[in-house]
Design a protein around this ligand. Structure first.
Ligand SMILES: NC(=O)c1ccc[n+]([C@@H]2O[C@H](COP(=O)([O-])OP(=O)(O)OC[C@H]3O[C@@H](n4cnc5c(N)ncnc54)[C@H](O)[C@@H]3O)[C@@H](O)[C@H]2O)c1
Ligand SMILES: [Fe+2]
Length: 380
């Protein structure tokens, strides 16, 4: 009999304008002096200043930590923990795309731990070493529609010495409340809309294709793909289309709920590229997608036939493959990683990192050093 471990406990407040409820949700989970964590780029934008205004006018102070790099790392974490402790804070508002959300969540997680963060890497049950009582409360506010980190129990932190991306896991890194306000995503530049939206789609696709038993996850993944497939080109064409933005925000959260089931080679190949070349995560995924689909075809053809039918795409696997090429093209995804600044000088190093990435184990066809190397050759 199959065994499984399913978990869907996040409260999500969803709707245009619901950011105005930020302070009341912070108070409801006991915060009096939250620290808002976001990345440098977002720090000065009106959406961030507005969130700080909302906290301030509710008497919760106005505290911002924004030393967060894209693909945030352990140095950002150390600085954030220092700011959290020096400021005497009692909770985190994790605000941003995956970078701000992940760093904010990790600060809340690490605020009261005594072990180093790498002791909580998502390998086996290392997370049981953490003291769950010491995790600070988190309200998450996504400003991109991609990673779904707002509903996830993991964060991705780059190990700055080894330049590797580590997945940190604990069931209680999960935010207590998520505020999904599609209006916050309106100002995303086109390239970020495209990259994050492709990330959301690919979370659903890899979760759907991974062979583990999780029918709930598969159902969510299917509908998430339908929403992203129909709405990403619309959100890309007209960033002010709030319906398309809202559907993308749902698809992003659905992707991260679905990938409890697992991910696969797109993420396994993309993480090392992000770590060594600092490329955008979702855009990197989108570039490597077709090569991984070709590689996985023998194991996923039946599933993709079902998926194509659900999406209203004719022609089974080939039809779906063509539709993916069209989707990528419609949102300006380049064909090769070279366009993101990646060259072929470190392919064997990249491949060694890809095969040990925690997501590699979910790929329907085993990823070996040779096959990873071949896939990189096809993508660079
Ligand atoms: N925790 C998870 O489960 C998970 C899953 C996938 C990816 N990730 C991680 O998430 C990170 C990527 O996150 P991302 O794709 O959301 O990108 P990001 O958070 O790095 O943001 C990309 C850029 O977009 C800008 N931006 C964000 N929101 C904006 C808005 N509303 N208007 C204008 N500009 C905006 C940011 O300032 C930044 O410059 C990576 O580190 C990746 O590894 C985590
Ligand atoms: Fe991702």
């Amino acid at each position: 009999m199959m065994t499984a471990n399913w978990s869907y406990p996040t409260a999500i407040k969803f709707g245009v304008g619901c950011i105005k409820e930020l302070a009341e949700h912070c108070k409801a989970i006991g915060m009096q002096k939250p620290l808002l964590v976001t990345d440098r780029g977002l720090a000065s934008m009106p959406i961030t200043q507005n969130a700080l205004d909302i906290l301030q006018s509710a008497g919760l102070g106005r505290a911002l930590f924004a030393e967060v790099d894209p693909n945030p790392n352990d140095k950002n974490l150390a600085a954030g923990l220092a700011a959290y402790k020096e400021g005497g804070h009692d909770g985190i508002v994790a605000f941003g795309g995956g970078s701000g959300l992940d760093l904010g969540k990790t600060i809340a997680f690490m605020a009261g731990q005594t072990r180093p963060v790498w002791d909580f890497e998502d390998i086996g049950d290392w997370w049981t070493r953490a003291n769950p009582e010491a995790i600070a409360p988190i309200v998450a506010v996504p400003t991109t529609a991609g990673t779904g980190s707002e509903v996830g129990r993991a964060t991705v932190i780059t190990h700055s010495e080894s330049h590797t991306k580590k997945v940190i896991f604990h069931p209680k890194i999960l935010p207590s409340v998520v505020i999904c306000d599609p209006e916050l995503t309106v100002g995303m530049p086109k390239v970020i809309t495209a990259g994050t939206g492709m990330d959301a789609f690919i979370h659903c696709l890899e979760a759907y294709c991974t062979p583990f038993y999780h029918p709930m996850g598969e159902g969510i993944a299917l509908e998430g793909m339908r929403l992203a497939y129909q709405n990403l080109p619309r959100a890309y064409q007209d960033g002010n289309d709030l319906t398309a933005r809202a559907q993308m925000m749902s698809a992003a959260a659905m992707g991260a709920v679905a990938f409890q089931k697992g991910l696969g080679a797109v993420h396994a190949l993309s993480h090392p590229v992000g770590a060594l070349y600092n490329t955008h995560h979702g855009m990197t995924n989108a570039v490597v997608l077709p090569a991984v689909l070709r590689f996985n075809r023998p194991a996923i053809e039946d599933k993709i036939n079902r998926l194509a039918a659900y999406l209203g795409i004719s022609g089974g696997f080939d039809g779906f493959y063509g539709a993916m090429q069209n989707l990528r093209e419609s949102v300006g995804v380049p064909d090769k990683l070279a366009a993101l600044g990646v060259d072929n000088s470190r392919i064997s190093e990249l491949a060694s990192m890809a095969v040990v990435d925690p997501t590699a184990g979910g790929n329907p066809v085993p990823l070996t050093q040779e096959s990873a190397q071949q896939l990189y050759l096809e993508c660079i």
